[in-house]
Design a protein around this ligand. Structure first.
Ligand code: PNS
Length: 173
């Protein structure tokens, strides 16, 4: 509310690599979509940590299909500083999910830096307990070594992963 009167539309940004999106991500998106007027799921173009396994187009397409049922959510991408993108989109808040205490250690300095750079606050949602061990990297490792991840990623993601596994296997033959 503004000055205790009219409700105000809040635009939130949920940034990430989403390589690939998991059920943990989708859970945060669905819960954040209920808290904020508008939610932009922002896919970083080049994750700093590693070469992405899924192209930007694949990551955006998978996410768009996963959030199709949420009218106030849209998927975009950004490159460079998140703080600059937040300013560009005139976003009020950044949303992040926290799975375990070790996530907090990194996220705290990032949140403070983003506030210093863009005067933007970060809202943290605790991940659902059933997703506390789920990360994109563990999902990829298990899946591409033949393990089952059906309960850990949304169906559109599973389809793209299965197609990629087939492509990778044929390329190795
Ligand atoms: O899904 P991830 O890989 O944990 O997401 C990390 C992401 C994209 C949110 C983070 O790396 C990020 O914000 N990168 C943008 C570059 C930036 O602003 N760096 C300074 C952070 S204070």
């Amino acid at each position: 509310m503004t000055n205790g009167s009219l409700p105000r539309l809040t635009r939130a940004i949920y940034p990430g690599s989403f390589d690939p999106p998991t059920n943990g991500h989708l859970d945060v998106i669905e819960r954040a979509a209920r808290c904020f007027g508008e939610l932009i799921v922002a896919v970083i173009v080049n994750p700093q940590k590693r070469d992405p396994m899924f192209s930007l187009e694949e990551r955006e397409a998978m996410l768009s299909e996963c959030v199709g049922h949420l009218p106030n959510v849209r998927v975009e991408h950004f490159r460079g500083l998140l703080a600059d993108y937040v300013k560009l989109r005139e976003s009020d808040v950044i949303v992040k999910g926290l799975r375990v205490v070790s996530d907090f250690e990194n996220e705290m300095s990032t949140a403070l830096m983003n506030r210093a750079l863009a005067q933007v606050d970060t809202f943290f949602l605790m991940s659902d307990q059933k997703y506390s061990f789920v990360s994109s990297s563990i999902v990829k490792e298990v899946f591409f070594l033949g393990g089952e991840v059906d309960s850990l990623v949304p169906e559109p993601v599973l389809r793209v992963m299965a197609a990629k596994r087939t492509t990778l296997h044929s390329a190795r033959r």
